[in-house]
Ligand binder design. Structure first.
Ligand code: GUN
Length: 293
């Protein structure tokens, strides 16, 4: 049976370290790191994520600011708030929770965030730095950055020559994940909905990352024996066995069968999920250190 990768515990380690380094920064007379989280609309899942981000920021000792805006907020009004946060020296990180309502151009919003405060790592400048291997000064998107940390926990820092297959090509997870694995000298393949014979391709992977948003799509017999399986999916599915109208969370990987083949695997929940918020804190702290000089 596979080793279960405890993302919750690794995330707690990261948050503890961020807390300590924040206290050191403040002890030197510098301003505490400031994180602004902006949410537009009432998407329930987004509200849960955003509340958790703000809560963890406070736990780290950050200055934590949250803008909760109605769904009908105009693009112009949102751009004005971003401009104010860009100019606010107390703010080191700005995060606009996605998705935004359809009348707002998400791309335009992301590009309006100052690259040095783009703790999500979605701005072209940070995407470009990651793509060209400028990892020292890039903000790396939080979910892939957290996934890399989990991979390194089980395989060590030297991933050189390993075959990595990333299933999913999103800008938030799939593409940056592939770039991180490439920077770590893996041989990387990005698979997606048009990929031919995905099961056979997946079976070549020493590191298999699932980020497609399809519940339990990746089956046990797609997993190479001993592989490291990172499940980024968070899917809510009906669970009538728990009672009328009940649901449960599952990943993109059929966990029980994959765990019989894998060397190590992340569970859902408690795997990659907690790492996303922890890495957001790490990115915000890094931004504050850079601003403090
Ligand atoms: N929505 C889902 N994941 C993310 C994320 O990592 N950042 C932002 N801003 N929105 C998201």
């Amino acid at each position: 049976m596979a080793e279960v990768i405890d993302g919750k515990s690794v995330a707690e380690d990261v948050v503890r370290t961020v807390k300590t380094l924040t206290a050191e920064l403040v002890a030197k007379g510098k301003a505490k790191p400031g994180l602004a989280v902006v949410i537009v609309g009432e998407d329930p899942a987004s509200q849960v994520y955003v509340a958790s981000k703000s809560r963890t920021a406070k736990e780290c000792g950050f200055h934590s600011l949250q803008h909760t805006l109605p769904a009908e907020t105009s693009e112009q009004a949102l751009l004005k708030i971003i401009a104010e946060l860009n100019a606010d020296p107390a703010i080191n990180g700005i995060l606009v929770q996605l998705p935004v309502p359809a009348h707002i151009d998400a791309g335009k919003i992301i590009q309006a965030i100052a690259p040095q405060k783009d703790v999500d790592g979605f701005h072209f400048i940070n995407v470009g730095k990651l793509g060209t291997g400028e990892l020292d000064t890039a903000f790396v998107p939080c979910t892939p950055a957290g996934s890399m940390l989990l991979i390194e926990r089980v395989r060590g820092k030297d991933l050189s020559g390993l075959n990595a297959v990333v299933v999913g090509r999103s800008n938030i997870v799939g593409k940056p994940m592939a770039n991180l694995l490439l920077a770590a000298n893996c041989t990387v393949t990005i698979a997606h909905s048009r990929t031919k014979d995905l099961p056979a391709l997946a079976r070549t992977a020493d590191i298999l990352v699932a980020a497609v948003g399809r519940p339990e799509m990746i089956k046990g017999d797609w997993v190479k024996p001993g592989a490291t399986v990172i499940d980024v999916g968070i899917n809510r599915i009906p669970a009538p066995e728990k009672g009328e109208g009940k649901s449960r969370l599952v990943g993109d990987v059929a966990y029980a069968e994959a765990a019989r083949e894998a060397g190590a695997i992340t569970p859902v929940p408690g795997g990659v999920g907690p790492m996303t918020i922890a890495m957001l804190m790490a990115n915000t702290l890094a931004s504050a250190y850079l601003a403090a000089g």
